[in-house]
Design a protein around this ligand. Structure first.
Ligand SMILES: [Ca+2]
Length: 305
């Protein structure tokens, strides 16, 4: 989710730039306001948000955690096996990704550029595109039966669309920030930029519970972003890292840490923003992974390393 805006002009005036958006992110409350907007938004109109992105290996706090994973810790240490590269619109500031019934649904962010869309997986062609009003910043999305639900970042509004045509059907309201969303078949799981996952009902989007995500190695978890519910687990990528956590949602325990660094080439990463987007393909038990402004969606398997 969130920022790393490619255009300085996209920054709302009330967002001040932190001196160093790459640090101090552990304080979850600071994430949204610090945002990284100014620091990386200053990269200019080229769309590059700097080296924070995808394949270059991160360079933020997540790496220290990744490095410690190799030490026989009580969770699975995983990496990505790339099976296929599929085209992705490099102008899509991806905030949510989900594949249902062979149809790929994507949410994009930034004020004035946010949308919900259906995309043809094999070609990247946009089948349907519904822009959001310019005062809404699109965030995570999930499909609940015949509805698509899309969060917004700080607007407290979740949009409801019919799945077939992406026609808006109404809204839900919530408090706090909206980052990631997934549906496990009975309840909606939501991230808000902290290390906590919320649970919500599908009828009224009411909050029914929450869990604090914890790693057995005691590394503090925060900035949980795009989500994917798969087989009783919740996968979450961690903002500004190439890490994807596999979480047991009843306890919040991290059972696996995926290091997805290196998917993009150095030159691709220089033009892209962070990894953000996980969709599970149930037909072959693979995952689709992309990021903000990434030129590719990677079909991968998570494998032990
Ligand atoms: Ca997802």
């Amino acid at each position: 989710m969130i920022f790393l805006a490619p255009l300085a002009a996209a920054c709302p005036s009330n967002m001040s730039a932190p001196a160093d958006a790459g640090s101090g992110q552990g304080a979850t409350g600071a994430v949204a306001s610090a945002g990284g907007m100014g620091a990386r938004g200053g990269a200019g109109a080229g769309g590059s948000s700097g080296g924070q992105g995808g394949g270059a290996g991160g360079g933020d706090g997540g790496d220290a955690a990744a490095a410690s994973d190799a030490g026989g810790l009580p969770f699975e240490s995983l990496t990505v096996e790339v099976l296929e590269k599929l085209p992705h619109n490099p102008r899509a500031f991806t905030q949510g990704l989900e594949l249902v019934g062979g149809r790929l649904y994507e949410s994009t962010g930034l004020y004035g550029q946010s949308s919900v869309r259906e995309v043809e997986l094999t070609t990247g062609a946009v089948v349907r595109n519904v822009p959001l009003a310019s005062n809404f910043f699109g965030e995570g999305l999930t499909v609940v039966d015949q509805r698509v639900i899309q969060l917004t970042w700080q607007e407290g509004t979740a949009f409801i669309y019919d799945r077939a045509m992406l026609t808006e059907q109404g809204t839900f309201s919530y408090t706090g920030e909206g980052w990631g969303l997934c549906y496990d078949g009975s309840r909606i799981v939501m991230s808000d930029g902290t290390g906590t996952l919320q649970f919500r009902d599908t009828a009224a989007f009411q909050r029914t519970g929450q869990v604090t995500v914890n790693r057995p190695d005691s590394v503090v978890v925060s900035r949980l972003n795009e989500l994917e519910c798969v087989g009783g687990s919740v996968y979450a990528n961690v903002w500004m890292t190439d890490q994807i956590l596999r979480i047991e949602p009843s306890s919040g325990t991290v059972t696996g840490v995926v290091d997805a660094a290196g998917l993009l080439s150095a030159s691709e990463a220089a033009r892209a923003d962070v990894l953000n987007g996980i969709a599970h393909d149930s037909t072959n038990d693979t995952f689709l992974v992309t990021g903000k402004l990434w030129p590719w969606i990677f079909r991968v398997r998570f494998v032990s390393r």
